[in-house]
Ligand binder design. Structure first.
Ligand SMILES: CC(C)(COP(=O)(O)OP(=O)(O)OC[C@H]1O[C@@H](n2cnc3c(N)ncnc32)[C@H](O)[C@@H]1OP(=O)(O)O)[C@@H](O)C(=O)NCCC(=O)NCCS
Length: 145
């Protein structure tokens, strides 16, 4: 397995598979800005030339700079095989090299897989009420670099 930067063909494939990978309507989260504006930070993981996972994110400009992971998704057939970990490690390596002081990700309350994944990678976790609007709590994960 290896990781590389996202191409437009990869982005199109993400849009095509995302509802299946999440098990419900999720396409809106794969916004085109994550290719057109932030594509240099987006990654895919490949095995035998096929995409098995992706990570969409960016590095904030204002100090202290934050490496923000917007969306990570792994092919259901490839889960619990370290693909998510490898994508996070590569994003971290790139974020560090660009001077990021911290990593951050959010997820909906109730996403136990995401919770277990971020815990395992050493992220601190906080449930923030109204994070995404009134009545829209989120888990906020952070890790200082
Ligand atoms: C969450 C997700 C990205 C994890 O990816 P993954 O490639 O399966 O994770 P890894 O194999 O790298 O797991 C690393 C560690 O995280 C933890 N972990 C991963 N999935 C977990 C789960 N479902 N429940 C509990 N802990 C989990 C484990 O400690 C795991 O190590 P182990 O397998 O040696 O025990 C994947 O399940 C996924 O794509 N889910 C759907 C999309 C989603 O919810 N994305 C996150 C919010 S945007």
């Amino acid at each position: 397995m290896h990781t590389r930067q996202l191409t437009k063909a990869d982005f199109d494939q993400i849009v095509a598979v995302i509802d299946h990978w999440w098990g419900g309507p999720t396409t809106a989260l794969a916004h085109p800005i994550f290719f057109y504006e932030f594509g240099s930070h987006a990654l895919i993981a490949e095995e035998d030339g096929g995409m098995v996972g992706f990570l969409l994110g960016f590095i904030t400009a204002e100090p202290p700079s934050v490496g923000y992971i917007h969306l990570v998704g792994i092919d259901p057939a490839w889960r619990r095989r370290g693909v998510g970990r490898v994508l996070y490690q590569e994003f971290e390596r790139r974020a560090r090299s660009l001077g990021a002081a911290r990593l951050k990700a959010i997820t909906t309350v109730g996403n136990q897989a995401s919770l277990g994944f971020h815990r395992s990678l050493g992220y601190a976790m906080e449930q923030v009420p109204d994070y995404a609007g009134v009545g829209r709590a989120r888990f906020v994960f952070t890790r200082d670099l």
